[in-house]
Design a protein around this ligand. Structure first.
Ligand SMILES: Nc1ncnc2c1ncn2[C@@H]1O[C@H](COP(=O)(O)OP(=O)(O)OP(=O)(O)O)[C@@H](O)[C@H]1O
Ligand SMILES: [Mg+2]
Length: 271
């Protein structure tokens, strides 16, 4: 399952690199391996906080078949990523405003059949087209669980990969597998811990993962950078259930401060 990014995806990266026009847009892919660790919640909340700082953000719901970003943003977009993929609409047409200034969403479609995606490489074109609009400062791609070919494709076209994990051993096993895979193609992985009360716990586990990578002789030029932790809060699940954004409702909460700290590092690191 956890092989290097597929050669098909790699060919595409080369192609898109060659064709890419100059753009200010930076692309950040949020992934995890293990499902349910909080990727979509994290992505929605940081999109809002980044927009509050004045950045124009586009969120792409890349959880093929299980899209839920429109629920987190409490909007009902008429058009989705798949209207674009199936050639009916342009990228601008399938990009919806949210209720938050400077946050746009390219929504997915729940229940979309994988088999409908005859050529998965079309997913990369979505991102290329968003970049070419040259409107957005940052595109945040929220991937689904696992490392299937769609997730790999989004990873391959992104200069910045954030892995969200918990301290759960199975989540960490998946993160290590992700490190192994990315170390073959990428320079860096940004690692963030969810459901983790203490900054130092995430830091210590990151050091252990890096030491394990050294012991197993993973590519020495590949860097894993710890970007911070997010504690568990019942208010996060409650706001999600009520279709509100935690960081908007609880602007002064300690968890929002944790998210702000993560954004500070992220903004310094992404390219
Ligand atoms: N720090 C947190 N504290 C409390 N609840 C959280 C926290 N982070 C996420 N959750 C809750 O965990 C659940 C799963 O979160 P989410 O859907 O964002 O995970 P995911 O990684 O996107 O899942 P999937 O892999 O299925 O896409 C949601 O109910 C969400 O509200
Ligand atoms: Mg999700």
């Amino acid at each position: 399952m956890f092989n290097a990014i597929s050669s098909q995806a790699r060919n595409l990266v080369n192609l898109t690199r060659a064709s890419s026009k100059k753009t200010k847009t930076k692309v950040v892919t949020i992934t995890s391996g293990k499902g349910g660790v909080g990727k979509s919640t994290f992505t929605a909340n940081i999109s809002y906080l980044l927009a509050k700082r004045g950045y124009k953000i586009a969120v792409v719901d890349a959880d093929i078949g299980l899209a839920n970003m429109q629920v987190l943003f409490d909007i009902r977009p008429k058009l989705t990523l798949f209207d674009y993929i199936e050639g009916r609409n342009t990228i601008s047409e399938v990009t919806s405003n949210t209720n938050f200034k400077n946050v746009s969403l390219v929504a997915g479609k729940s229940g979309y059949q994988y088999s409908n995606l005859k050529n998965s490489l079309v997913l990369s074109r979505v991102i290329e087209d968003l970049k070419e609009l040259n409107i957005y400062d940052i595109v945040l791609i929220d991937t689904g669980a696992g490392l299937n070919s769609y997730v790999q494709e989004f990873l391959s076209i992104s200069n910045n990969v954030v892995a969200l994990t918990t301290t759960d051993p199975s989540a960490l096993t998946d993160v290590y597998a992700l490190m192994k895979m990315l170390s073959l193609d990428k320079e860096k992985l940004l690692l963030c811990f969810n459901h983790t009360k203490n900054y130092k716990i995430g830091e210590a586990i990151t050091t252990s993962l890096v030491n394990l990578a050294k012991k197993n002789s993973l590519n020495q030029n590949f860097m894993v950078k710890y970007i911070g932790n997010v504690s568990t809060s019942a208010n996060i699940s409650t706001t999600s259930r009520l279709r509100k954004l935690f960081a908007h409702e609880f602007a002064n909460d300690d968890i929002t401060k944790q998210l702000q700290g993560i954004i500070d590092i992220l903004l310094n690191d992404i390219k």
